[in-house]
Write a protein that binds this ligand. Structure first.
Ligand SMILES: Nc1ncnc2c1ncn2[C@@H]1O[C@H](COP(=O)(O)OP(=O)(O)O)[C@@H](O)[C@H]1O
Ligand SMILES: [Mg+2]
Length: 373
C-alpha cells in the first residue's frame, strides 16, 4: 500500500464497508431508444459515513439511489450491503430506507402516527413502538408537536417528521434524495446542520444526493462527484475542492481559474507570454506537454508588480462585502480572477487599469490534463 495516499481515497476494508457498489450500469429503454443512465460505477461507502452523491441534474444520482434501494434492477453489476449481494432481495427486505424529495407523509395522521406507522407495519411490539416513537420525536425535536396533524406544522417540521419516520426502524443505511430542495434558504441551512447531527447521533450510514455544491461541502464526510452517468472523483470535501482531478469537478465546485500551460519539466509550467508557475502536484505533466492549471481565486495574492510575481492588469473590481473579486487581464488575452478577503478595514486595494503582480503558492495549484473533460 502506498502510505502517502490520503486514506479517504483508498477503498475501505470490506468489513468497514456498509454499501459496496460494483461496476454498476443501468440502461433505460432498448434499441435506438436505449439510454445509459449509469456507466460502470463503483464505490465503497463506509459504515457511519455521511456520503454524498453530487452532480448536475440528469447525471444519474437518483438512478444510483434507486438501484441501492432495489426500486430498479441493474443492467449489469451488483450492490452489496455489509458484504452481502442484494441482487435477489426486493426493496422491503433490504435494511435500507429512503427519504424522498416530496416526503409523502399521511396528512390525516398526527406527527406521532406518521412516525410509528412503519414500525406497526413491521409488527413490532407496542411497547417498543411507543419507546422508539418517543425517541424519534426527541431526536428531531418535535416532542411538543406529537399530536398535531401534518397539515398543522411547517414545511421544515414536515421534513423532520419524514426523517424520523425513515430513521425509526433503524435501517443500516438511509438514502436521502435531495430532501432539502423544497425548503427555503435559511431553513435549508438549519436542516443541513440538523441532518449532520442526526447522522452523528444515530451512527447510521447516510447516502445523500444533492446538486448543491455548498450543501455537499458542508455536510459530507466524503463526496462522489458525478457527471454523465459516471463518478469522476471521490474524496473528502477538502480533497475535492483543493485537488480536483477533472475540469468538470474543478468547475462544478466553487469558482476556479483554468490556465493553459506548457510543462517545463519538474514542477514548472510556462504560461505563454506571462511567465512560469510552480505546481506542487504529483500528477505532473510530461515535459513539453500541454496541461491546464486549476487555481482557486482566493489562493491568488495580489501586490504591486515586483520580482517573484507575474504581471497582470486589473480590468474590473467587484465588491462583495466579505470579499472583493479582481478581474485581471494577462498577456495573450488570458483572464484571471483573484478573490481577496476584506478582513481588515485598511485592506490594500487596486483599481481598474492598475498594473499588478500576482502569485500563488505551489501547493494551491492543481495540474489537469489538457482535454475538455
Ligand atoms: N425510467 C427511466 N426511463 C428512461 N430514462 C430515465 C428513467 N429514469 C431516469 N432516466 C434518465 O436517466 C438520466 C439520469 O436520471 P436521474 O438518475 O434521475 O438523474 P439525477 O437524479 O442525477 O437528476 C436522465 O437523463 C433521465 O432522463
Ligand atoms: Mg434526481
Amino acid at each position: 500500500m502506498n502510505t502517502s495516499t490520503p486514506s479517504s481515497t483508498l477503498s475501505p476494508a470490506q468489513d468497514q464497508c456498509a454499501v459496496s457498489v460494483r461496476s454498476l450500469s443501468k440502461v433505460f429503454g432498448s434499441g435506438a431508444h436505449a439510454f445509459r443512465a449509469l456507466d460502470d460505477v463503483s464505490v465503497d461507502i463506509r459504515k457511519n459515513e455521511f456520503f454524498t452523491l453530487l452532480g448536475p441534474s440528469g447525471c444519474g444520482k437518483t438512478t444510483l439511489l434507486r438501484l441501492i434501494a432495489g426500486f430498479e434492477q441493474p443492467t449489469s453489476g451488483a450492490v452489496l450491503l455489509d458484504g452481502e449481494d442484494l441482487s435477489a432481495k426486493p426493496p422491503y427486505q433490504r435494511p435500507v430506507n429512503t427519504v424522498f424529495q416530496n416526503y409523502a407523509l399521511f396528512p390525516h395522521m398526527t406527527v406521532s402516527q406518521n412516525i410509528s406507522f412503519g414500525l406497526e407495519m413491521l409488527g413490532r411490539p407496542s411497547d417498543e413502538i411507543k419507546r422508539v416513537t418517543e425517541d424519534m420525536l426527541r431526536l428531531v425535536r418535535l416532542e411538543s408537536m406529537a399530536d398535531r396533524r401534518i397539515t398543522q406544522i411547517s414545511g421544515g417540521q414536515q421534513q423532520r417528521v419524514a426523517l424520523a419516520r425513515a430513521l425509526a426502524p433503524h435501517p443500516k443505511v438511509l438514502l436521502l434524495d435531495e430532501p432539502l430542495s423544497a425548503l427555503d434558504l435559511q431553513l435549508r441551512k438549519d436542516m443541513q446542520l440538523e441532518l449532520k447531527r442526526l447522522q452523528t447521533d444515530t451512527g447510521i450510514t447516510f447516502v445523500f444526493v444533492t446538486h448543491d455544491q455548498d450543501e455537499a461541502l458542508t455536510m459530507s464526510d466524503r463526496i462522489a462527484v458525478m457527471n454523465g452517468g459516471e463518478i469522476l472523483q471521490i474524496g473528502t470535501p477538502r480533497e475535492i475542492y483543493d485537488k480536483p482531478q477533472h475540469r468538470f469537478v474543478a468547475g462544478f465546485i466553487g469558482e476556479i481559474n483554468l490556465v493553459p500551460v506548457q510543462a517545463m519539466g519538474g514542477q514548472d509550467y510556462a504560461i505563454s507570454g506571462v511567465g512560469t508557475l510552480r505546481a506542487d502536484d504529483a500528477s505532473a505533466a510530461a515535459k513539453g506537454g500541454r496541461a491546464v492549471l486549476a487555481i482557486r481565486p482566493e489562493r491568488i495574492a495580489l501586490s504591486a508588480p515586483s520580482a517573484g510575481t507575474l504581471p497582470g492588469v486589473v480590468t474590473n473590481v467587484v465588491y462583495h462585502g466579505t470579499d472583493t473579486i479582481f478581474h485581471l487581464k494577462l498577456a495573450d488575452g488570458l483572464e484571471l480572477r483573484a478573490r481577496s478577503q476584506n478582513n481588515t478595514a485598511k485592506i490594500q486595494s487596486f483599481a481598474k487599469g492598475d498594473h499588478v503582480g500576482w502569485s500563488v503558492d505551489a501547493a494551491s495549484v492543481s495540474v489537469l490534463a489538457d482535454d475538455p473533460s
